[in-house]
Design a protein around this ligand. Structure first.
Ligand code: SAJ
Length: 406
């Protein structure tokens, strides 16, 4: 039996996937409300295919609990926030979960850490907790790092198809955990050591962050001399060895906008390109705010309160707002004492910010200028309704006449 600890964006789909592929699974989360919701038969976030997967897992007998279980394999998938000031990972939830596992686990158990952690976290924080409980690692307890790789918006598909990395202290345990993931994963599963697995995860997200920063920097350069960055990227990408990503209003989510800081925090004098890239990405919401003022001036618009931001989530078609560029932009407008921007997101039904609307028509009635911050499918379907508005399209999805780009 597998006890999956932490039933959030990664733990839940992983638990469901294993259960629906014949593995006996109990999912544990300290949040009673979340466990009650799952027990009542409801998923806790939206994702393509998650409801069907949930149903298959329920049919296969998955259980949910607030208690840690006595079993031989644990998968720890709890959040790893980062400390904004020190730029270091905060492993408190991982440490606390491992402590709780130690309180119940039998000798011989395997503890798999799936949470994203900075390189060295297992040596520094996880091993001492296990040893402090009187266990010898490698004899009484086996330790593995199996970092997740799935992308919000396509999680179920990627869980099934992505290649994976398993880091283990010894090959035998690595192969055992590989077999567990192979119960559902159709991709290649590479077994390596723990430190390498920790590093690969952070490097993958850093690669993407640096490449997005390059696109964002190009957008700024092109804006300076009024060139079309999208056309330039399109043509450059026709070169067989060039593949530039897309500029945008900023980088959000709990991965690309966070993990690279672990490397900057741990190697401040070495991680120069990464540091500069992260600052470039973090500066994009301010760049958008400046664009809003420039365009308002050009179009003779006087009231910032008649400008509306479309999209609150960190990217299209997900309901996750963590580190979202729109939230960063709203913070930025407060710093510039220019509050009043209107906001609408079809996927955020709760009131989370001031001046938030819950209906597209009312939102459009309240504004003269729309800033497309997120390329949700909904806005693509209603593009024609924007034709009498001034539009700043930060995602390059709108081809109405006169639309402004980054
Ligand atoms: N973005 C751009 N331009 C682009 C691509 C993305 O501005 O060309 C922005 C998005 O709008 C968003 C942010 O970057 O605000 C991040 O979005 P994303 O789709 O690139 O990535 P995430 O954060 O949703 O998921 C990433 C993935 N990592 C990589 O692709 C290397 C995923 O595979 C990881 O599992 C996930 O981080 C994670 O949990 O670590």
């Amino acid at each position: 039996m597998i006890n999956v600890i932490g039933l959030g964006y990664i733990g839940l789909p992983t638990a469901l996937m294993m259960a629906s592929h014949g593995v006996e699974v109990i999912g544990t989360d300290y949040n009673k409300e979340l466990v009650d919701t799952l027990r009542a038969g409801y998923t806790t976030f939206k994702e393509d295919g998650i409801d069907e997967l949930f149903q298959a897992a329920l049919n296969a007998g998955i259980k949910f609990s607030t208690e840690y279980q006595v079993t031989d394999t644990y998968i720890v998938s709890v959040p790893t926030p980062y400390d904004k000031f020190s730029k270091k990972v905060d492993a408190c939830y991982v440490i606390s979960a491992v402590k709780s596992v130690m309180a119940v686990c039998p000798k011989g158990a395997t503890v798999v850490i799936e949470s994203t952690i900075s390189p060295g976290t297992i040596d520094k924080y996880v091993r001492p907790v296990i040893e402090a409980n009187g266990f010898t690692i490698g004899e009484d307890i086996h330790l593995v790092h199996a970092p997740e790789r799935i992308i919000p918006g396509n999680m179920v598909y990627e869980l099934l198809h992505n290649n994976r990395t398993i880091g283990a202290d010894n090959k035998e345990i690595g192969e055992k955990v590989k077999a567990l993931y192979a119960s559902f994963c159709q991709g290649e599963i590479v077994v390596t050591d723990i430190r390498t697995a920790e590093m690969t995860k952070v490097v993958e997200n850093t690669f993407r962050a640096v490449n997005i920063a390059f696109a964002n920097e190009l957008a700024k350069i092109c804006r300076h001399d009024n060139m079309d960055v999208y056309e330039i990227i399109r043509i450059c990408n026709m070169h067989p060895r060039v593949n530039i990503l897309q500029p945008g209003p900023g980088v959000g989510g709990h991965c690309i906008s966070v993990d690279p800081w672990f490397l900057v925090g741990d190697y401040p004098s070495l991680a120069k390109v990464i540091d500069e890239s992260m600052r470039t990405n973090d500066g994009m919401p301010d760049f958008v705010l400046n664009r809003i003022y420039e365009i308002m001036k050009e179009k003779g618009l006087k009231e910032i309160g008649r400008v509306g931001l479309y999209g609150l989530t960190y990217k299209e078609n997900v309901d996750d707002m963590r580190e979202s560029p729109t939230l960063q932009l709203l913070e930025s407008q407060e710093r510039h004492l220019a509050t009043g921007l209107k906001v609408y997101d079809p996927l955020i039904t709760k009131d989370v910010v001031a001046n938030q609307f819950h209906d597209l028509d009312t939102f459009l009635d309240a504004v003269d200028m729309v800033v497309i911050m997120v390329a949700h499918s909904e806005i693509r379907e209603h593009m024609v309704e924007l034709k009498n508005k001034v539009v700043l399209d930060t995602r390059n999805i709108c081809n109405l006449d006169g639309v402004f780009k980054l």
